[in-house]
Design a protein around this ligand. Structure first.
Ligand SMILES: N[C@@H](CCC(=O)N[C@@H](CS)C(=O)NCC(=O)O)C(=O)O
Length: 221
C-alpha cells in the first residue's frame, strides 16, 4: 500500500495514527506529495487532495474517512469503528466532530493568510465559533475515553485535530476551558502513534507567515 502523505496535513496524520494504532504501518509506504503538485494527485483523486491510499489492489481511496474505514477491515485486531449498535454511531459522530474542528481550523487559517484587504472578519468569527464549540463538545466526549481500550477511531480523529490546533494555533487558550480534554490529550500525546507523527513544515518550501488575525476563544464561560 502507498499513502500519499504530507508533513503538515491533519487528515493525513489521522490516517498515520490509525495505521500505527492498528499495527498496519509496516505495510504502507508513505510518499510525500504536496497538494500543489496536482498532476501527480489528480489521477488518483480528482479533488487533488491528500491523503490518498493506493491499496495495492488497483484502487486509490480518498478521503481520510474512507481510508480509515477501509483500513479497519484490514487488521487482525478489534475494530476501531464498531460494526453495529449505538457505539458505531457514537464513534462516527466523534470522527465527524473532530474532522469538523480540523476543517474549521484549516479554513480559518487559509482565510487569515489572505491579503489583509481580502480577509472576511465574519468568516473568521464563524470558524472561531465552530472551533470553540467543537472543543467543548470534545471535552464532554473525553469523559468517557479514559477507560476505553483499545483506542477507538473517535479518539484517533480527536488526537489528529488537537495536534493540528497545537501546530497552528498554539496560542489558543482552549485547555483552561476544556480540562478533561486537555488531560486526555496530554496522555494521548505520549502514545507512540502520536509522537511518531508530529507535523513539521515542508522541507525546501518557504515557511508560512504568521496568521494576521490571532485565534480567539469564542464561547463565554
Ligand atoms: N475531507 C478530506 C480533507 C482533505 C484535505 O483537505 N486535505 C488538504 C491537506 S490538509 C489538501 O489536500 N488540500 C489541497 C487542496 O485543497 O487543494 C479528508 O478527510 O481527507
Amino acid at each position: 500500500m502507498r499513502l500519499h502523505s504530507s508533513y503538515t496535513s491533519p487528515y493525513v496524520r489521522k490516517v498515520k495514527i490509525f495505521l500505527r494504532e492498528t499495527g498496519l504501518s509496516g505495510e504502507v509506504e508513505e510518499i510525500y506529495t504536496h497538494p500543489a503538485d496536482e498532476p501527480a494527485l489528480r489521477p488518483l483523486n480528482p479533488l487533488g487532495k491528500i491523503p490518498v491510499l493506493e491499496t495495492g489492489e488497483g484502487e486509490a481511496l480518498y478521503d481520510s474517512v474512507v481510508i480509515c474505514a477501509w483500513l479497519d477491515t484490514r487488521h487482525g485486531g478489534a475494530r476501531r469503528i464498531p460494526e453495529a449498535g449505538a457505539a458505531r454511531w457514537c464513534v462516527l459522530r466523534g470522527e465527524a466532530l473532530a474532522d469538523g474542528l480540523t476543517d474549521a481550523a484549516n479554513l480559518r487559517r487559509n482565510e487569515a493568510l489572505r491579503e489583509p484587504g481580502l480577509i472576511s472578519r465574519d468568516f473568521i468569527a464563524r470558524q472561531d465559533l465552530a472551533i470553540s464549540h467543537a472543543l467543548l463538545a470534545l471535552d464532554q466526549a473525553a469523559a468517557a475515553w479514559e477507560e476505553c481500550a483499545p483506542v477507538l477511531h473517535d479518539q484517533i480523529s480527536a488526537a489528529a485535530a488537537l495536534g493540528y490546533i497545537a501546530f497552528r494555533y498554539g496560542d489558543l487558550p482552549w485547555r483552561e476551558h476544556c480540562p478533561r480534554l486537555a488531560d486526555w490529550f496530554a496522555r494521548f500525546s505520549e502514545r507512540e502513534s502520536f509522537a511518531a507523527t508530529l507535523p513539521a513544515e515542508w522541507p525546501g518550501r518557504p515557511a508560512p507567515p504568521p496568521q494576521s488575525v490571532p485565534p480567539r476563544w469564542s464561547v463565554a464561560l
